[in-house]
Write a protein that binds this ligand. Sequence first.
Ligand code: ADP
Ligand code: MG
Length: 356
Amino acid sequence: MTLVVKIHSPLTKPILSLTLLLSLFFSAGCENSNRKPEYQVISGRTMGTSYQVKLAGNNLPHKTQPIKKEIDLRLERINQLMSTYFPDSELNRLNRTDSKWFPVSKETYFVIGNAQRISRDSGGAFDITVGALVNLWGFGNKIRADQIPDEKAISTLKNKLGYDKIMLNPDELLIGKKHPEITLDLSAIAKGYAVDSVAALLEKRGILDYMVEIGGEIKARGYKAENHPWVLAIEKPILESREVQRLVSLNDQGMATSGDYRNYFEKDGVRYSHSINPNTARPITHKLASVSVINPSTMIADGWATALMVLGPEKGYEIALREKLAAYFIYREKDGFVEKYTPDFEKYFIETKTRL
Ligand code: ADP
Ligand code: MG
């Protein structure tokens, strides 16, 4: 058996199938079809995917156009800084530089600093130096081979891998590379950061009831209407249709999901997903289908969802417990999907446990 399907979704991939890559979560439940929605919707495209912002509450603006403009400007700036797709993004300039130290914006520094923390706490499962390997395996912005790369090429890049090869200088906002060929990739964390950044922008304008979603990473605060919390759906990890697995309610929390079912290729019956295990320099191939993490910071939720996905079914759960993360796992078993969640996740469910 050879290729089955492959869809790219990381940060800033420019041309994508919008419908399939639309959020892993969407508003659901609590909607009364006879009543006009009591919120305003702003939507657009960014980072190779779509975004949607819903505004509710008493402080709604008469016109959404000025806010949309502000949101688009903010997202454009984040893309100019952290995209792996814009050749001249700050990140790509850092990737290309031969100098040991490179000055970056406070935004990029903040995201890299947090990425490093998640790397340490996940024992290196999360590692933004996977950039070159992501490209080699065909999940980046280079040629998409859908082939298993040459063993020698894998081991060459493995030697240049390692979050411990990145140095931070907080006083001067410098990022250091212990090896000039290190390629950083912030795709697993920057979308979450962008969600937080848009949320902060809304709060600054006095809007405290909102939902912000970018390519499936999400933050919700307040209420969408009186006594109606923001209700979000965690999708079943399947491509064929969009079905709700679980409903959760968020208030001033971010949620991010990493899955192996939207961006992968199959070869000889093995599914190679876009999350790379830094230990093996290979895509993960285990039975974990998706991980959702809830955290006040969507950036942290985003990073950890990827980290837990890489850690896999057992280790991922163990580390989630140790780190007291609110994490929800869906495993692929012989007779269907099986779910597992940490005690901290349970309070977000808005329905009782259902059989899959
Ligand atoms: P999505 O982009 O679908 O939301 P993730 O947040 O899990 O999914 O990000 C996956 C992307 O992160 C990959 O496409 C790749 O660019 C990058 N990546 C892959 N493996 C790792 C890893 N071990 N640590 C950090 N980033 C990774
Ligand atoms: Mg992520």
